[in-house]
Design a protein around this ligand. Structure first.
Ligand code: MRU
Length: 366
């Protein structure tokens, strides 16, 4: 998508030195634009753990590039397997990470040790990045008719869409998941206004989704996380579109903390609640999301303080008494019964085993 009018992706190889993997340090957005080079697998692991990159699809592709960087360091079986383990221990919830590491390692370990492994690792990572771009574009194509229909029903009046966290191109390689149908609707000239949940504690909505929509020229307003229910009661939300970090075979959806409350409010107010996600964010090995999806807990400091721009630099300030205890669950699980549908690269399905298997029949147990 566009940054200052120019097309931009979230991860790429340095054209002058393909041994460097370039990323945007998303911790600095929207205040500063910092491009960072990853040179080793531990750089890649740190970038994921410390959230220089974030969002399930981007975490997965960064991990695949991490396997490539590992292969540049050593092509031995022992080192590569260990590197895969480091990468898998960076963040627990987004299933794309595990899928990506397993796929990259499978490709690399299938051939004998030596320089060919570097080539295979690089090509696999590049291929996964391209596949993600295609999937996200397809998610947009399949989600667009939902927005078009509401627009027609409203006689062309603005479609009000609420989104949570950042499930745009910054969370992927390009287009995004939940924001992809919105970008395609914009191309079609559909009038829209997006309600952007700020998404405490790290404010991915206020910082990243707002940045994306601003750059794309799509009308939006940032709202506090608690405002969505009120807006829905007032008939000010036509559609909720969110992403997912891991969805079970039964359609239970793990997404950024606060998503579940939006789903409850949407259900109570008969507002359609759709989850947009690529197949790489579905975990066919899990069924009951409430009990089985690992929910990341992050440091209390993210709850107790907040970072902003003081006019010259990013600054963090304390929000609570300094000794206040705080807990920080990163994700919650929205049960399938609250989800109107899943928008995937293969089409829209019900959030159920039957629905998912219609689109992904390869996961049927023999
Ligand atoms: O903790 P993050 O920033 O990695 O959170 C993940 C997300 O970006 C969201 O939960 C998103 O809605 C799903 S990933 C497209």
């Amino acid at each position: 998508m566009l940054v200052n009018g120019k097309p931009q992706r979230t991860i790429w190889l340095d054209p002058d030195d393909p041994a460097k993997v370039c990323i945007i340090d998303q911790r600095a957005l929207p205040f500063e634009w910092i491009v960072e080079s990853l040179l080793t697998v531990s750089d890649a692991a740190r970038a994921i753990r410390e959230m220089h990159v974030r969002g399930a699809p981007l975490i997965g592709v960064t991990a695949a590039f991490g396997v490539y960087l590992a292969a540049l360091e050593s092509t031995s079986n022992v080192f590569l397997s260990e590197a895969g383990n480091w990468l898998k221990h960076t963040r627990p919830t987004a299933v794309d990470l595990f899928y990506a590491v397993d796929r990259a390692l499978r490709a690399v370990l299938a051939i004998p040790e030596g320089p060919d492994r570097v080539r295979i690792a690089r090509n696999t990572a590049l291929e996964m990045a391209e596949e993600s771009v295609r999937s996200c574009r397809q998610i947009g194509t399949h989600g667009l008719p939902l927005i078009r229909k509401i627009s027609q029903e409203k006689g062309g009046g603005p479609v009000h869409i609420l989104t949570h966290c950042n499930a745009g191109w910054l969370a992927c390689i390009d287009y995004g998941t939940a924001l992809s149908p919105i970008y395609l609707a914009q191309e079609e000239g559909i009038s829209m206004h997006i309600w952007v949940d700020e998404t405490r504690p790290r404010n991915q909505g206020a910082r990243l989704t707002a940045f994306e929509l601003e750059q794309q020229g799509i009308p939006y307003s940032v709202i506090v996380d608690n405002a969505g229910g009120h807006l829905m009661q007032q008939g000010m939300v036509d559609l909720v579109l969110v992403g997912s970090d891991r969805t079970t075979l039964h359609g239970d959806v793990a997404n950024k903390i606060g998503t579940y409350l939006k789903a409850l409010a949407a259900f109570d107010n008969q507002v359609p609640f759709y989850v947009a996600l690529p197949g790489t964010s579905i975990d066919p090995s899990l069924t009951d999301g409430m009990r089985t999806i690992p929910v990341e807990q992050r440091g209390a400091v993210e709850v107790k303080s907040i970072e902003g721009w003081d006019g010259r630099k990013r600054t963090e300030v304390l929000l609570t008494p300094s000794n206040t205890p705080a807990v920080n669950y990163g994700f919650d699980i929205t049960p399938a019964r609250l989800v109107t549908g899943l928008i995937t690269e293969r089409g829209i399905c019900r959030a159920s085993e039957e629905g998912i298997l219609t689109l992904f029949p390869e996961w049927k147990s023999p």
